[in-house]
Design a binder for this molecule. Structure first.
Ligand code: BG6
Length: 474
């Protein structure tokens, strides 16, 4: 007997901006993700502190080519099918459908591209899982309205969502409204197309923009259900339980506050209203969220069907300033002395996945979906052309074991598990190709050179077995 039901969705995940490339092909417009360069300007741009809304000749823009999934999707989906994937998580490049974000009619070429992907998936019985916005905002909407700062974006986004739900009815059943919605607090330009003037109150802007995204997410959920009652529409969080560095109540309290910073988003999306602690926080920090009368009702009546999340690591915090720090998903944190770290400083904590799953399930009592988990590492190809990524197998094995424990021993309801970057792709935080997550290697380096040839790594066969045995053989 497996811990997982027969319809458990073993999967792989990618995102448009990190894979597709073809940024100016078939009528696609320019998006925030296209103009985020690699190199030292990347972070200031992602933070919305350095404003670069047009590409220039002095920078490399890794999203512009990605791994050219746009022209390789058939070959790649065939590999995913060989792997045995039951689900493929992709995202939509907003500007393929609405190049500027507010045209009357969608771009047919963009719709065709995704339709072809979904048909290709269907051919192999792969269920698509579609993120409507994965760090994606048309540059035109940033220039004209300031991105999600403006309420106007709700209208533009819901128009996009309506086109997608209508056109892909019957082909897609699983949707996510926004990837890692809490990223708006940490990387606001990448997360929501926000740029800041020097004297601007950033917190005010971020939470107002977050409100717009939350309302847009609820409206999309409503629409998706009306268009096809079979649709399952989820929220998505960059998750990872925050541990107090020690049992000093001050550390414990700080950990709780840090968790709430993230849970704020899913609390609204899964429960349907602003939590009391958030209202208190806004008052104490002079944050004034402009809402329309109907917003509360929209949020209340259109909660998420399931809670999806990414998990790479737990987090750690302390009031003590002398503790050592380390890297993490978009933001650094306190180094936990009990954990090893990846080459990029991300802490490795499989039990943390079980802890996070239990925390989320206790909080929402809604089905969970792990839509990202994996290890970024600098893989190398040996003289025989093999990539022996045993470290990745070990990471995934331990995380799947932890999720199995959460399902089998703790009774958590889990719909599926997607490995992040099932095929090597551009790193969101660093823009590197060198930080590889894939079970399939892509020949391309950080300067953009390479043949783009795909090669199966050792982990490919390993995950194939895991799926074949429905998680019995790890
Ligand atoms: C998540 C994102 O934050 O983590 C992905 O949803 C991203 O887009 C992934 O790629 C891994 O992060 P990174 O920075 O190593 O690519």
């Amino acid at each position: 007997m497996s811990a997982f039901k027969n319809d458990f969705l073993w999967g792989g995940a990618i995102a448009a901006n990190q894979t597709e490339g073809a940024y100016n092909v078939d009528g696609r417009g320019l998006a925030n993700v296209d103009v985020i360069p690699s190199g030292e300007d990347r972070f200031p741009v992602m933070l919305g502190k350095k404003i670069m809304l047009e590409p220039d000749k002095d920078h490399i823009y890794p999203a512009m080519e990605g791994i050219d999934f746009y022209h390789h999707y058939k070959e790649d989906i065939a590999l995913f099918a060989e792997l045995g994937l039951k689900t493929l998580r992709i995202s939509i490049a907003w500007t393929r459908i609405f190049p500027m974000g507010e045209e009357e009619m969608p771009n047919e070429k963009g719709l065709e591209f995704y339709e072809n992907i979904f048909k290709e998936c269907k051919k192999y019985d792969i269920e698509p899982l579609v993120t409507i916005s994965h760090f994606d905002c048309p540059v035109h909407l940033i220039k004209k309205y300031g991105g999600w700062k403006s309420r106007k974006l709700i209208e533009c986004y819901t128009k996009l969502a309506k086109v997608l739900f209508t056109r892909f009815k019957g082909l897609v059943h699983y949707w996510i409204t926004f990837n890692e919605i809490n990223m708006i607090l940490h990387l606001p330009f990448m997360g929501a197309g926000l740029v800041f003037k020097e004297d601007e109150d950033e917190m005010q802007v971020k939470y107002q923009a977050a409100h717009h995204e939350l309302v847009a997410s609820a409206l999309a959920t409503k629409m998706g259900h009306e268009i096809d009652k079979e649709n399952k529409i989820g929220c998505m969080l960059a998750a990872g339980q925050v541990y107090p560095y020690c049992c000093d109540p001050e550390d414990v309290w700080k950990g709780m506050c840090k968790d709430r910073e993230n849970y704020f988003f899913t609390d609204v999306q899964a429960r349907g209203s602003y939590p009391a602690y958030a209202k208190a926080f806004f008052e104490q920090n002079n944050i004034n969220i402009e809402m329309e009368e109907k917003d509360k009702e929209i949020l209340k009546e259109n909660t998420a069907d399931y809670v999806s999340f990414s998990y790479y690591s737990s987090r750690c915090t302390s009031v003590n300033k002398d503790v050592e720090m380390t890297g993490g998903n978009a933001f650094s944190g306190v180094k936990n002395p009990y954990l090893k770290t990846s080459e990029w400083g991300w802490q490795i904590d499989p039990l943390g996945l079980r802890i996070t799953m239990n925390a989320l399930y206790d909080r929402y009592q809604k089905p969970l979906f792990i839509v990202e988990n994996g290890l970024g590492a600098a893989d190398t190809m040996d003289a025989n052309g093999n990539i022996e990524d045993d470290y990745r197998i070990e990471y995934i094995r331990e995380h799947i074991q932890a999720m199995k424990d959460a399902v089998e021993q703790d009774g958590v309801e889990l719909w599926g598990y997607c490995l992040w970057g099932i095929i090597d792709l551009v790193s969101a935080s660093t823009g590197e190709m060198k930080k590889r997550y894939g079970l399939i290697y892509v020949d391309k380096d950080d300067s953009g050179k390479g043949t783009l040839k795909r090669t199966k790594k050792k982990s490919f066969q390993w995950y194939q077995q895991v799926i074949k045995t429905n998680g019995r053989k790890l």
